[in-house]
Design a protein around this ligand. Structure first.
Ligand SMILES: Cc1cc2nc3c(=O)[nH]c(=O)nc-3n(C[C@H](O)[C@H](O)[C@H](O)COP(=O)(O)OP(=O)(O)OC[C@H]3O[C@@H](n4cnc5c(N)ncnc54)[C@H](O)[C@@H]3O)c2cc1C
Length: 410
């Protein structure tokens, strides 16, 4: 029987194993530590729940108000797209619960779950020979038809293909338990903070969970040694909202900032963080790991007799980029033009006050599809952007603008 080995049993790997089993493929799911909890803010679009048939019980909070704070202004706006549905929220999950559920689904579908660490791989004309170490450091070798590398940012599968490490940012967060009255403020809110003091090139955030929040910061290359200080600055800034909290846990991990040039090789496909498929603007990677896992698994199942590079690049890489290239290009551009200086941050926060921009943001986040806005809207947004940019440039030259707040209309 054809066999595929999936390395990494987090969100991506478990969806890959589940999909392979649904295609009748004998599947091994290899995870180096079954108790591992992936450091993560846990913001997931509801689409992930409907597409992958996941229950609402996995959701701690449904966020319906987005907060964007630049150094001089705070904007609050509703999570709402152009075509309102019942799914106008950001789902907040805890990875320890979310990942475990999907992993169990893969096992229930018949995947063989092994706790062991992938160490090396040799691809040959008939298959791939994979070696892993169990918890007692005994080496085991298995022969399979193909391998899916779902082993995250530091992917050993990518390394064994001779691929270089991708440019990375670091994300560092603290889980803070809050008493109910302090938690009430965060119940429906997720907040992003922009500024050199909290995140010089990305953003900082506060996301709610069932009885705690995660407060975190992103730091790009060259800034990672300042991660602790940046997080402390964020907490100092939010003393009124977080001051009564107790720290539960600190977590940090790298995030790839650029997708790999190729996702597939002879008998091997990389998905999720191993393939660099995180969105650089937002650090969002959960949905993208799940989606790439599904597409890679289908491509491998479809060419299981000969899962060679050409077949996988045709059925996985090409399909992926056909569907999502515009999204990645647009969001990379947005990051370059939004976070890197205070003027850019002020323009970004002010643009977030524009209802058209708000709707476009959530159209793309909730539907995972960027559709060009009607011309009239594009012209309106361009005009707004030009006047905002002019205002911010003049203010920065002739005096800083006053701190302002705009609130959600919902
Ligand atoms: C602090 C932080 C906050 C984030 N917040 C969000 C957010 O709010 N929303 C969002 O969408 N994304 C967020 N992300 C990104 C998101 O966590 C990742 O994009 C997502 O987890 C990628 O899933 P994955 O399955 O590709 O890899 P991972 O979740 O990284 O899983 C890789 C798995 O492979 C296993 N593994 C690694 N090496 C081996 C080996 N040699 N052998 C066997 N197993 C191995 C690991 O133990 C792990 O289980 C955040 C990331 C960080 C660091």
């Amino acid at each position: 029987m054809a066999r595929v080995l999936v390395v990494g049993a987090s969100v991506g790997g478990s969806i890959a194993a589940r999909t392979l089993r649904a295609q009748g493929i004998d599947t091994i799911l290899l995870e180096r530590d079954l108790n591992y909890i992936k450091p993560c803010g846990g913001a997931v679009p509801p689409l992930a729940f409907s597409e992958y048939n996941l229950p609402d019980e996995l959701i701690d909070r449904k966020v319906t108000i987005a907060v964007v704070a630049s150094p001089h202004r705070t904007t609050e706006f509703p999570v709402a797209s152009s075509r309102p549905t019942d799914h106008e929220f950001i789902a907040m999950v805890r990875r320890e619960k979310f990942d475990r559920y999907i992993r169990q689904q893969a096992v229930d579908a018949g995947a063989e779950l092994i706790e062991g660490k992938f160490t090396s791989m040799r691809v040959h004309t008939q298959g791939a020979q994979v070696t892993y170490e169990d918890k007692r450091q005994n080496a085991h070798t298995v022969e399979v038809d193909a391998v899916i590398g779902a082993d995250g940012a530091y992917s050993s599968v990518a390394k064994s293909l001779g691929l270089e490490r991708l440019p990375m940012a670091v994300a560092y967060q603290e889980r803070i338990h809050l008493p109910p009255h302090a938690m009430a403020y965060w119940e429906k809110r997720a907040a992003l903070y922009l500024g050199d003091d909290v995140s010089p090139d990305l953003y900082a955030w506060v996301f709610p969970k069932y009885d705690h929040v995660t407060a975190g910061i992103g730091a790009g290359a060259g800034k990672t040694q300042h991660a602790r200080a940046l997080l402390q600055n964020l907490k100092d800034k939010l003393r009124d909202q977080l001051g009564e909290g107790t720290s539960i846990r600190f977590e940090a991990h790298h995030l790839p900032m650029v997708p790999r040039k190729y996702l597939s090789y002879d008998r091997v496909a990389l998905i999720g963080d191993a393939a660099g498929l995180v969105q650089a603007t937002s650090g969002e990677g959960i949905y993208w790991a799940m989606k790439s896992a599904e597409m890679a698994a289908r491509a491998i199942a479809g060419s299981i007799e000969h899962p060679v590079q050409a077949a996988l690049r045709r059925d996985y890489d090409a399909q992926w980029w056909k569907r999502y290239r515009t999204t990645y290009t647009f969001l990379q551009m947005l990051q370059r033009f939004s976070y890197n200086s205070d003027i850019q941050r002020e323009i970004f926060a002010r643009m977030c006050e524009d209802p058209d921009v708000q709707r476009l943001t959530f159209d793309s986040y909730l539907a995972k599809h960027i559709e060009p806005a009607p011309w009239s809207v594009q012209i309106k947004i361009t005009g707004h952007w030009l006047s905002t940019a002019a205002h911010e440039l003049l203010s920065s030259r002739f005096g800083a603008p006053k701190r302002q707040a705009a609130t959600a209309s919902r």
